[in-house]
Design a protein around this ligand. Structure first.
Ligand code: 13P
Length: 257
């Protein structure tokens, strides 16, 4: 099955409104057609609206987090209907930085996935092991546990819509990228688990990204791997030129396969 590649930038806590505007003006006419690739920028809440208003046809905007309830007394939180109301299309759920620093658990990740899908936001679910877990040889166990808990109660039809980002924590922001083989093997394992939990059709439909120190100089190798359908890119996505080059790399490599 041919899966459309998906390149997403995760800006994390970067860019003021002026900086975000500069970026969107620089990329808006240069993003390849959405028929070839899904291009997404996941930006801080404060710039979502201004980016959505200026996104070209080929670029979609995503948030980096959301609450799992519609509304309530949750100071400082943002809900799925709030994102939907301003035409945000994607939302990152369960990023390892939120799991490690903001008490995100598999239980809250699961609730957030249900809520995002209810509002037709495309979730980018992040999973991945720590360095200690990799060195202990328990990577597969960790991925298996995260998938089972995070996807609990979701029907196959909804799982097909989810993008899963395999982000080994030891590769995030460290300059230490997983080798193509390691990244591809983990993505293959994730697809196998989806087949086990659901069925082969669902596993073949779901798109799996790799994330962790992806940049212009290594994205070609990663995107040439059969199980890697895209990348979730932090630091290197902050520069407009680099972002465009990386989206183009996804198009070229998947067209060549
Ligand atoms: P870096 O690309 O900066 O390593 O970040 C990866 C990441 O966490 C994307 O969500």
């Amino acid at each position: 099955m041919r899966r459309k590649p998906i390149i997403a930038g995760n800006w994390k806590m970067h860019k003021t409104r002026d900086e975000a505007l500069q970026f969107i003006y620089a990329v808006s006419n240069k993003v390849p057609s959405k028929n070839l690739v899904d291009s997404v920028i996941c930006a801080p809440f404060t710039v979502l609206r201004c980016l959505v208003k200026r996104q070209g046809d080929n670029l979609r905007i995503g948030a980096q987090n959301m609450h799992y309830l519609d509304s309530g007394a949750y100071t400082g939180e943002i809900s799925a209907p709030m994102l939907k109301a301003i035409d945000v299309s994607y939302v990152i759920i369960g990023h390892s930085e939120r799991r490690a620093m903001f008490n995100e658990t598999d239980e809250s990740v699961n609730k957030k996935l249900h809520k995002a899908l209810e509002y037709e936001l495309v979730p980018i679910l992040c999973i991945g092991e720590t360095l200690e877990e990799r060195e202990k040889g328990v990577t597969e166990e960790v991925l298996k546990r995260q998938l089972e808990l995070d996807l609990k109660g979701l029907p196959a039809e909804q799982v097909k819509e989810i993008v899963i980002a395999y982000e080994p924590i030891w590769a995030i922001g460290t300059g230490r990228t997983a080798t193509n083989e390691v990244a591809n093997a983990a993505c293959a394992f994730i697809r196998g688990e989806i087949a086990r939990l659901y069925d082969e059709e669902t596993a073949q439909a779901v798109r799996i990204q790799y994330g962790g120190s992806v940049k212009v100089s290594n994205i070609d190798e990663l995107m040439s791997m059969p199980e890697i359908d895209g990348c979730l890119i932090g630091g290197a996505s902050l520069k407009a030129d680099a972002f465009i080059q990386m989206v183009q790399s996804a198009v070229n490599n998947k067209a060549a396969n």
